[in-house]
Design a protein around this ligand. Structure first.
Ligand SMILES: [Zn+2]
Length: 369
């Protein structure tokens, strides 16, 4: 009987929509919520289990015993029907997670859909109001401690402000919403709800590191910023395709990690640095949570004197698994500790320099020192 139901569910999984997790899109899902009638990946099934059986009843297609009526329910519902029901009104600026996204985005997407019913009750989408105020834990620039700070987002002013003192009239900093980037960095901050805001501060990149106690709160901040930014960009760039604006609301980093780096001269020793690749900008830091990068490298187009090569230029010291980034200005000699890190970095760096520059890329270039 178990074999028979497994075969039945495998056939059902071949139907359109069912061959990818209903919540994150991972292929060949092995789990289900049989009362919702959806196929789920293992990770999303775990979140469903935490919602409680009054919302979602989780079963494995392979490991569990199935009743006839449960199989019929799976057959009559399916991923597409369920998505039509629970994703009726997902705002265009809302970040829909994919399987490789951070846990907090996936978990809150699932809770928003089935637990809070946010996408069938638009009045619950408070992140669309253009205004949000509240407290976040923010890492201090000088003392490196996380302290509770009041943040105020205003779409009409195009500002995100934060205040150091509870009753302060003047903000400690005022950021322009259309000029900030927001991305989740849980590992770096050491908190599941860790968020990084990046903006340009007098020609240099400035990083803010934040988190909130509740996953819902940080994802609401994230989507509030995305929503405000979309509305501001729509006004600033009338006639631009909404899809293009939406794809530019926030950028996740292409890659981050430790590498060793020499100075510009032959004989320079290698120093350990944290590298962040943000689109065409490669930044390095002594500490991953530094407020400012120690250096920034602009990666231009491959035909204009930009290249990535294995090894070091003649006369340079070597160690580990080295590679060199050539730019018109200078060579950056880097080294990975392991061979697979070297190939991953080289692959992604080559991918970036093989992309032609967009007008936005070219104008941002002038900010580099
Ligand atoms: Zn999933």
């Amino acid at each position: 009987m178990a074999d028979k139901s497994y075969k039945f569910l495998l056939d059902l999984r071949q139907k359109p929509g069912n061959n990818a997790c209903a919540d994150c899109g991972e292929s060949d899902p092995e789990w289900t919520s049989w009362n919702l009638g959806v196929f789920l990946c293992e990770g999303c099934a775990g979140v469903h289990r935490s919602l409680g059986a009054h919302i979602s009843k989780v079963k494995s297609i392979r490991l569990d015993k199935w009743e006839e009526d449960q199989l019929r329910l799976m057959e009559s519902e399916g991923n597409i029907k369920c998505q039509e029901k629970y994703e009726q009104q997902v705002p265009p600026s809302y970040r829909r997670p994919c399987s490789t996204d951070v846990q907090v985005l996936k978990e809150q997407w699932i809770r928003a859909k089935y637990e809070r019913l946010e996408f069938t009750n638009p009045e619950k989408q408070t992140y669309l109001s253009g205004r949000k105020e509240g407290y976040m834990w923010k890492r201090g620039k000088d003392n490196n401690k996380f302290q509770s700070r009041r943040f105020v987002l205003s779409e009409t002013e195009n500002t995100l402000k934060y205040y150091n003192k509870e009753d302060a009239k003047t903000p400690k900093a005022t950021l322009k919403i259309d000029q900030i980037n927001v991305t989740f960095v849980p590992d770096k901050i050491g908190n599941l709800n860790g968020l990084q805001i990046t903006y340009d501060n007098e020609g240099s990149t400035r990083n803010l590191f934040l988190y909130t106690e509740e996953g819902k709160d940080i994802v609401d901040w994230y989507n509030a910023i995305r929503s405000a930014k979309l509305n501001i960009l729509r006004v600033a760039f009338p006639g631009t395709d909404d899809e293009e604006l939406i794809s530019n609301l926030t950028r996740d980093f292409l890659k981050e990690g430790w590498l060793y780096k020499t100075g510009p001269n032959k004989g320079d020793a290698f120093k350990k640095r944290w590298f962040t690749l943000d689109n065409r900008k490669l930044m390095y830091y002594p500490d991953p949570l530094d407020p400012f990068p120690k250096g920034e490298v602009f990666l231009g187009y491959k035909n204009k004197g930009n290249a990535v090569r294995e090894g070091v230029p003649p006369g340079f010291k070597t160690q580990g698994y080295p590679f060199t980034i050539k730019t018109p200005e200078r060579n950056f000699v880097l080294s990975a500790e392991y061979e697979d890190e070297q190939s991953q970095w080289m692959e992604i760096l080559k991918f970036v320099i093989e992309k032609p520059l967009t007008p936005q890329d070219s104008s941002s270039r002038f900010r580099y020192k």
